[in-house]
Unconditional design. Sequence first.
Length: 416
Amino acid sequence: MRRSGVAVLSDGERYAAETVRLESVVLGVGLVPLSACRPSDEPGWTIAVQRDVAEGEGEYSHRLWLVYDDGREDSLVPIPPEPNYAGTRTPYTQFVGWSPDGRGFYAADRADWFFTDGRFEPLRCDDIPYAHGCIVRGNEPLILSSGELVVPYELSSAHFPGVAPLPRAHLLVIDHEAGTSEIVDETHEYACVSAAPGGLIVATEVLYTYGDDLDMNPSPTREYRTFMLRDGVREDIAGLTTFDCSLIAPTGDLVAWPAGAATRVTDLDGRELHVVPHHRAAAWTSDGRWLGGNDFESVWLLDTTTGQVDRLELPEADAIHFSPDGRRLAVQERCTGSTLPEPRWQLRIYEDVGRWEEVWAEPCDTQHWIDWTPDGERFARQLEEDGVDGFHVISVVDGERGPFIEGRGLAFRPEG
């Protein structure tokens, strides 16, 4: 049996030699328990933060820290028990997201190692031909309110002379409570995946086709196809051959489908309930009442209880974020003259979704949106101060701004 552990550092202390051995669970992206840290039902917020730490000449690790509203910090430092495919044991942990009950967070080590309740396990690819390492990339794993994970992962395929290297992708559903994991679909690539509790998945796959002469035409053609998985049965959605994504409401009873320059909202049996004359649906509120999107010209909202569509012209809007209680809406807007690779954004926050009452407008110094606190009263946005990346936690109510927290903000811990 392989052994590995977690070191808990308080108040910024360096990694200590003592480690804690934890119980193992199932294969896959793992749940890191936080029993040694502050309980999730205590008042105040907790946020996960990523910081890069030098481990030696030319080597860095991504370490996950927990920062609390009272200024305390804990660092969880998983170390793989054996060298990974690159021949190193340097930790390089990918934060996936919090468990819905706030008891822990899901994380994965780089490439072929996954951290799972104190143990690292390889994502086994032995029975898949020509695979040499499983990599979670492209779509981030989805954490459902039931605690299940839906993980789209791709395989690195070996290259053979005269054979086109087609990607191989799988949908893996992990249930940590039941201790099970199951591959429910496979294809060449997934453009986007949406899911809801109960095994409901809507995804858009990408199918690649190569010509007969790879030397003259080395690039494949792509075909997009959308399908629904319900109770383990796959159903291809006729006429949906676009790379635009479909979104299942968190309540699991409504789906927003792309329809050219419009968006259709149906129930699970395909009955059309609403048609929005705008495209690029982006997010649902947690109760499924509001659907929002941004279509390069405006931000739009659909009230599914009335069918009314409201629209605000914001041609530079790039992303929207509903607060957990569905009361507020944050809009990330590209600043004039801002260009890649390091664009800057202005952040606008609107009170009472649907009223467009702007209560907050940040200057053009935001690198990206981070998250709302669970009560929807505060938020965090990534920025740079004096050459250092970090963020403040800011109150929407009175504008109170907490101290600068160094690192890359990831997500606030849900209330227990």
